[in-house]
Design a protein around this ligand. Structure first.
Ligand SMILES: [Mg+2]
Ligand SMILES: [Zn+2]
Length: 499
């Protein structure tokens, strides 16, 4: 059974909340088989490095997003992982002492049709009084489906989906969205037996107002998954229709009053008051009914309907046109001469390896998102006797110094008449790079400056993007299905999923 867990990594995205310490303490102290790696994704925009080290933790890696939200942080986490399974834990949970062993059991013997396994969530509530509105809503996590508080996915399933949709800006709905996309492919998600505790986070009294922003994310869900998404994601509609009615009543009361129609205004105001009172009572009734809770419920119940409606309208406006999430590619292979560095034909001198403007920044932007990078380069100068293989290697070493590191470097030393399988436009180097890094060619992009680069990509089942130079043939520019003016523009397109 321990062998099973070595096939998995644990990914914890964090914004450095104090709760992270309790999680790391639990992961360090728990007995049982360790996963291959614990990947902590620091999603703070800045700040001193986290100090997560503790004796007993699995092998630890910390990566930083520079701040990008939970979806992007989880994507960097699984892209960094190299294991068959990736188990996500939120940074505000505490796994049970037997969590490692239970995770191993949960993942053991799952068929290839199962793409994910959900852990069980326990939310402790006070025993001496009834739970507050916030406590009840946190407790809803215990019965939610496919939430990343404790969810393990096959890495291949995440890669095929392009991971979490980063258009969901907060920790809301991005996990349901991914689950629906995975299930759309015919894969199954199952419930495991491992358990975590999700304590109720201390909040101020206005938290119920802030969470209304999620109404905009619900619009995105509807656009992406159609009308039936709520039933499939176990997400009840809640009160949005009532909120709309109450808000319309309030606006009508104001408008009618201004128009001098006092009787009609009075009726609308009465409707608003009745709707608001009913809403407030529905939130007060199951709660502790003490003074602070009642005051909070009264104040927020008046504000939530217009706020929810406003966020919903904001979502309708923002998400008018949406496309399927594609995410960044898993692997981007760059042609060398004329693409990453200025082309000096048959160059064998490392001193003449001169990167094009913006190359370093463009590559680093991909690296910080967890995209792997490689080089695929025709070097027929070797076959022609103009340069030695050692000179090619020296130039590539210089390239790695200036622009690296690269996850793979593929070189074809053959000539055009050698009939090899590697010289572009043949797909050999692209296929070899994908095989070496265990990447589906469909999630690989080749960026080059001539038609042969694009043709090699297409022949391998990958995608080619042409970044032309002044010497690129016009016919090749015209024929390229994807073009970008510069490396930076190509990277923009890759990160936006437009490839
Ligand atoms: Mg080239
Ligand atoms: Zn070759």
């Amino acid at each position: 059974m321990p062998g099973r867990l070595e096939r998995s990594s644990v990914v914890v995205p964090t914004i450095g909340r104090p709760s992270l310490d309790a999680l790391l303490d639990a992961l360090a102290a728990a007995p049982g088989p360790r996963p291959a790696e614990l990947i902590l994704v620091d999603d703070r925009p800045s700040g001193a490095p986290l100090r997560p080290e503790r004796p007993g933790l699995p092998p630890l890696r910390v990566v930083r997003t520079g701040g990008g939200g939970p979806a992007r942080a989880r994507n960097l986490g699984w892209r960094t992982a190299r294991t068959e399974w990736v188990a996500f834990l939120d940074d505000d949970v505490v796994p049970d002492p037997d969590w490692y062993g239970q995770l191993a059991d949960d993942l053991a013997d799952l068929g290839p049709d199962v793409a994910g396994s959900q852990g069980r969530v326990r939310v402790p509530l006070p025993e001496d009084r009834r739970p507050t509105d916030w406590e009840r809503s946190t407790a809803g996590l215990a019965t939610s489906s496919w939430i990343t508080a404790d969810l393990a996915y096959r890495r291949a399933a995440l890669a095929a989906m392009g991971g979490f949709d980063e258009r969901f800006p907060r920790a809301f709905r991005e996990d349901s969205d991914l689950a629906l996309r995975v299930m759309d492919t015919g894969s199954r998600l199952v419930r495991g037996r491992r358990r975590i505790t999700h304590p109720v986070r201390p909040v101020d009294r206005w938290v119920s107002l802030r969470v209304q922003a999620g109404n905009a994310d619900d619009v995105l869900m509807r656009r992406l998954h159609g009308r039936g998404w709520r039933a499939r994601a176990d997400a009840p509609l809640g009160r949005r229709p009532q909120h709309l009615g109450v808000t319309v009543a309030a606006l009508a009361a104001g408008g009618l009053a201004v128009a001098g129609r006092r009787r009609a205004a009075g009726l609308a105001a009465a409707a608003w008051l009745a709707g608001t009172a009913e809403f407030a009572w529905a939130r007060i009734r199951p709660g502790p009914r003490n003074r602070p809770e009642v005051a909070t419920m009264l104040a927020t119940s008046a504000l939530i309907p217009p706020l929810a409606t406003w966020h919903w309208l904001r979502g309708v406006r923002q998400h008018r046109r949406v496309t399927r999430w594609r995410g960044a590619p898993d692997l981007v292979l760059f042609d060398r001469d004329g693409t990453l560095v200025h082309d000096f034909p048959y160059n064998g001198d490392p001193d003449w390896v001169r990167p094009v403007d913006g190359a370093r920044e463009a590559l680093d932007r991909l690296r910080t998102r967890g995209v792997r990078l490689g080089v695929v380069s025709n070097q027929s100068g070797v076959a022609r006797g103009l340069i030695s293989r050692a000179q090619v290697d020296a130039c590539n070493a210089r390239l790695a110094e200036l622009l690296g590191p690269f996850d793979t470097v593929q070189v074809c030393p053959h000539g055009p008449d050698d009939g090899c399988a590697c010289r572009k436009p043949a797909p050999g180097m692209v296929k070899a790079a994908c095989a070496e890094l265990d990447v589906d060619p469909a999630r690989c992009v080749v960026v080059g400056d001539i038609g042969a680069d694009v043709e090699a990509a297409v022949a391998a089942g990958a995608v080619g993007i042409l970044v032309p130079t002044p010497v690129t043939r016009r016919s090749e520019v015209a024929a390229a299905p994807h073009r970008a003016a510069t490396l930076a523009a190509a990277v923009d397109a890759l990160l936006a999923g437009a490839w």
